[in-house]
Design a protein around this ligand. Structure first.
Ligand SMILES: Cc1cc2nc3c(=O)[nH]c(=O)nc-3n(C[C@H](O)[C@H](O)[C@H](O)COP(=O)(O)O)c2cc1C
Length: 223
């Protein structure tokens, strides 16, 4: 009788223990599945984060820059001007010839004279001229192509991008009278003027989609 009692007790304990273990296992499995769901979500969030096209700082700047054609009367600080000129100085040139020169028009009198050189100075408080000396530039041996204007264009691009990075506005102005420039600013004689940059604090934001660029498909061909 006592033996039978022991047998029943042992069986009950075994069943209780088993049920306990099973429920512990179940809860553990639930917890694991929760964890794996979290990991799954985290993994996919991560995938999205890593596969979505990431804009570099430069790309953000390039997509935000626009030709600014209206400025406030606030002057461009010396600190900002120094940064813009430093960006120009750092631009690469073919064979490192650096056949480029920069003139800064800042005085009210110089800015008045610039208005006779171009209709596009937009009353900016500062105008920069980028010019080049072809005689000092690299020349491509294969066809004699002179690199001076390409060098100046890269310098101009650095000026334009640094201006935008500083939160200032500018426009690349190619429409001006070179002969009038040489006449009114004899200091520039001998240089080929490439671009003028009116620079200042933007008066207004550009309109949405102010310029619709070609698509990559239209712009790029793979060979
Ligand atoms: C080589 C070059 C010459 C340009 N000349 C002038 C100009 O004389 N006057 C002007 O208002 N804008 C000028 N622009 C500005 C362009 O019209 C402008 O960059 C273009 O419409 C694209 O607009 P976004 O700069 O706002 O993106 C010139 C731009 C380049 C690159």
């Amino acid at each position: 009788m006592y033996l039978r009692f022991l047998q029943i007790y042992a069986k009950k304990s075994y069943i209780a223990e088993k049920t306990n273990t099973m429920s512990r296992k179940k809860s553990l499995l639930h917890r694991l599945s929760d964890i794996s769901k979290i990991h799954h979500r985290a993994a996919f969030t991560d995938v999205e984060k890593h596969t979505a096209p990431q804009k570099s700082d430069f790309l953000r700047l390039a997509s935000e820059r626009y030709s600014c054609r209206a400025f406030t009367e606030a002057p461009v600080s010396d600190k900002h001007l120094s940064s813009i000129l430093e960006a120009a100085r750092l631009a690469p040139t073919a064979q490192d010839r650096q056949p480029v020169h920069i003139w800064v028009f800042k005085s009210a009198e110089a800015l008045e004279r610039i208005k006779q050189v171009t209709r596009y100075s937009y009353d900016a408080p500062l105008v920069i001229l980028v010019g080049c000396y072809p005689a000092k530039a690299w020349v491509r041996a294969a066809d004699g192509k002179n690199g001076a204007e390409v060098d100046a264009a890269i310098v101009g691009t650095h000026i334009m991008m640094e201006t935008a990075a500083l939160g200032l506005g500018s426009t690349w102005v190619g429409s001006f009278d070179p002969a009038k420039l040489a006449e009114l600013f004899p200091e520039t004689a001998g240089c080929v003027p490439v671009a003028l940059f009116p620079i200042g604090h933007p008066k207004a934001k550009p309109s949405e989609n102010h310029s619709k660029r070609k698509s990559i498909e239209e712009l790029v061909s793979e060979i």
